[in-house]
Ligand binder design. Sequence first.
Ligand SMILES: *Cc1c(COP(=O)(O)O)cnc(C)c1O
Length: 544
Amino acid sequence: MKEELLDNLGGEDVSFLIDTPSDRLHELKQMFSMTEAASEAERRCDAHISEIIQGFLSRNAINTNISLRLLAEKFRNSRIPEAGTAFDSYLNYLDSNVVFHSTNTSLPRFIGHMSPALPFFVRPLGKLMMALNQNLVKVETAKAASPFERQVLAMIHRLVYDLPDAFYDQHIQNREQTLGIVTSGGTLANVTALWCARNFALGPKNDFAGIENEGLPAALRFFGYSNAVIIGSHLMHYSFEKAAGVLGIGTRGVIRVPVDHKNRIVISRLKETITECRAQKKLIIALVGIAGSTETGSVDFLEEMAAIAKENNIHFHVDAAWGGPVLFSRKYRSKLTGIERADSVTIDGHKQMYLPMGIGMVLLRDPQLAGVIEKQAQYILRAGSMDLGRRALEGSRPGMSLFVHAALTILGREGYERLIDDSIRKTSYMAKAICAQPEFELLAEPEMNILVYRFIPPNLRVKTHHGKLTSADNESINETNQKLQRFQRQLGNSFVSRTALTSTVYGHEIPIVALRVVVANPLTTNADIDAVLSEQLDLANRIC
Ligand SMILES: *Cc1c(COP(=O)(O)O)cnc(C)c1O
């Protein structure tokens, strides 16, 4: 056969045309195949990985105590290996160098950050998602996943806006518009929302083709603005600075209004700020309300803000990346009243929905809004198609919304409600425990399940009690708390984070260093909370 072919081609070397792979190529091709042997190899690796996962998740220390400097030394080789390595031996390498030194954020005494413990089912589902490898940028690579994701967006839209059935019937699969956009996280959800808001405010008019086509300078000139800004409170997440950078208004275009003692935006100051911006001919792209601030869990006066936004014809965005899931709770959802009047809302899946990293969502009250960011491309994003990439900042993107759908279905609204209620109950337990001990000072009444407090050294307790601390006192307390947090982190038995607040009763003289606790792990018990606090007392005694 080969000889014949060569004859016909006049003796030229055409071996490259012939499909008889070398042994190595054959071996490589096996990696992509689903033969009996390949499946057997995969099952073996699965078992090995399960073992590694079990080992990691059942470890009791949050970190190993290797220094970051030494750890970084392990990763200094930048040469690409010439020959390949067997998967099993690669897994051994990973286990001892990466997995072993990873941070176990799922421990009940890791109560410092928003990275959640995960329910078991996300791990096997992760494997399913990887195996399907759908690309949500276009329907040609995500036939079922595209309408499936639209369904997920409608479910979360209903959680936020709770509009009539007829609304959802009409819009859920209407490919000419969208109820929201799935992103890789809250940051991109916020950026996307503000991109929509900017383009809506500076859209096409008469012979002006709109900002998306003509750019910011032309748009400002056409509409007669000196500049454009985003307004929110001091506690706005830093992703709004990123948004301001990307949208071309510059980070100085992020205006941060002061907050009150409960860390909520001061409405009178907000009104003044709006008036000033108007007088200076600055376009207000959006007013941002926070539903669960990253630092303190506080919630802005959303209803008042919605009314002010409406009155002034400004886009109202609510950042509920953290706090959104409180809407599952009948008991506590009223804390977020007013969110249903927002033009756009950010919610993260990878925080209080207990899902893996990489899931953010922005929900849009008006399903037409995303039209202002819509793109087309001949080979991929066709007008009139269900291609989800038409209205997204990201291009190729995995079908992470599968996890949202699974969790909503497996836990149900009621399941989430119980988890949220339980977190809030435990937070209030911790707040009481802090108030009951003169060694500690609670820095703000918790709104949800984030707590800020600090340790007070013995010689300053009486002064603290009588509200007589000076700035110098506060500076020394700051130092102690910084050390305390660092030592506790290094010990690795428990973890709380640290922030600096300007909104405490101490006014705005100097930022107050706060220990920050996020109570969201379902497995954290009252006893864990007691243990974290008593470890702090123990460490503090050694520092002071
Ligand atoms: C976490 C958070 C963000 C950013 O979300 P990422 O998913 O980390 O990008 C934005 N806003 C708030 C209030 C957050 O808590």
